[in-house]
Design a protein around this ligand. Structure first.
Ligand code: NAP
Length: 366
């Protein structure tokens, strides 16, 4: 057994602790990795708050190491492993396969029977620890070392890559484009202004959508600056619902997990509209949905779809998009990471900074 500095929770009850955590040494390992950065996301906070009932500890443990967003550096690795060498930076893959057909073909994101595991979420220790062991098929190499400062965003972005892949498939059922075969003048509305909402907005802008972010309150200047940078718009829907809904919505993306808000916006979707449900919040209050809501969805030929996670290829695609945005937006891309903290600053799990887009734990500050 060895002790490692780690941030742990007790899933699904919640709570958070930073300190020495004892884990068995592996008899054999292919790669030993040093954690560089861990990203904090809504899922981590949901777990600490005890609001994600699907989370559970690894078998035989009363605590689970948190952390599914990460960037690590290879300390040791067996030879000829996917071209990964000591010193390389890698992003570890979150989901690990069960035995279903989708898992066996590398599509754990489409797991059929739910028997996959997710680092730091369901039955597997995560990456919020000083070092960990892994196997090369679960590591995605960051090819461009200039990406070091934003590569920690690859994990949250891979979810967006997958969600847009699903959008592409679903939108094929009718002609979703405008008369010129593009998405220009089509409207995408993103509910929420957290990191996933911004990544969805970057992506929707790249597709050509008129892109609007919305929340139930105004946003700080730093976020406004990022909205302007990508050429999107922001409206507080408690004040400006008319502006958001003008011309109707073609693509609705929810990152709030708040059913009352989702249905408020679903009633603004145009014919053949698509809503991607992405945010999770098991503690959100119930909402009233009546027959006219259902009629609206059916008569307008609307698709409501849920999308979770992404596969190994989506990590590669995410790193390519980040490389592009790093080039297009230059150093301003670094503003996406609004704060770097030390691993002992565990208040961050219960007190979300007002201007946060992405907070990152810097493991060199341990
Ligand atoms: P986050 O920063 O907490 O983002 C959630 C956003 O929703 C925040 O901006 C929050 O606003 C906003 N929000 C909450 N209630 C709202 C309401 N009633 N109306 C409008 N906006 C509202 O978390 P994240 O890291 O970006 O992740 C977003 C969500 O996706 C989380 O629920 C997370 O668990 C989930 N997630 C899903 C997947 C997947 O594969 N489906 C993967 C990762 C994460 P304020 O906090 O500013 O008030």
């Amino acid at each position: 057994m060895s002790k490692v500095k780690a941030i742990t929770t007790d899933a699904p009850t919640g709570g958070v602790v930073f300190g020495d955590f004892e884990l068995p040494d592996p008899e054999h390992y292919s790669a030993k990795l040093k954690t560089i950065y861990s990203g904090i996301c809504g899922t981590d906070r949901g777990m600490v708050a005890g609001s994600l009932s699907f989370a559970y500890n690894p078998e035989g443990y009363r605590q689970m190491v948190l952390g599914h967003e990460g960037l690590a550096q290879v300390l040791e690795i067996e030879k000829n492993n996917f071209g990964i060498k000591p010193g390389d930076y890698v992003v570890p893959i979150v989901r690990r396969p069960g035995k279903c057909v989708n898992c066996r073909m590398g599509r754990m994101d489409n797991c059929t029977d739910g028997n996959k595991h997710e680092a730091g979420v369901t039955g597997m220790h995560g990456f919020m620890r000083g070092y960990f062991y892994d196997t090369p098929e679960n590591l995605v190499k960051v090819q461009d070392k200039g990406m070091f400062d934003v590569a920690v965003l690859a994990e949250p972005l891979k979810n967006v890559e997958k969600a847009f892949e699903v959008f592409d498939k679903v939108s094929e059922r009718s002609i979703f484009f405008n008369d010129y075969g593009t998405y220009e003048d089509k409207k995408a509305v993103v509910i929420g202004t957290g990191s996933e909402a911004f990544l969805f907005s970057f992506f929707a802008k790249d597709y050509g959508f008129d892109t609007v972010l919305t929340n139930r309150h105004p946003i700080p200047d730093l976020k406004k600056g990022m909205v302007d940078m990508i050429g999107a718009e922001f409206y507080d829907y408690t004040m400006d619902m008319d502006k958001i809904a003008e011309g109707g919505i073609d693509l609705l993306i929810d990152t709030s997990g708040h059913p009352g808000t989702i249905f408020k916006f679903a009633r603004k979707l145009n014919n053949n509209g698509i809503a991607i449900l992405f945010g999770t919040n098991g503690k959100a209050p119930p909402t009233g949905v009546d027959g006219s809501d259902i009629d609206y969805i059916i008569e307008k030929n609307i698709t409501l779809l849920g999308s979770v996670d992404g596969a190994r290829n989506h990590y590669f695609m995410a790193l390519e998009h980040l490389r592009k945005w790093r080039y297009v937006y230059g150093d301003r891309m670094k503003e996406f990471i609004t704060k770097k903290i030390s691993p002992s600053d565990i208040d961050i799990f219960t007190n979300k900074p007002e201007n946060e887009i992405k907070t990152v734990i810097d493991w060199s500050r341990v």
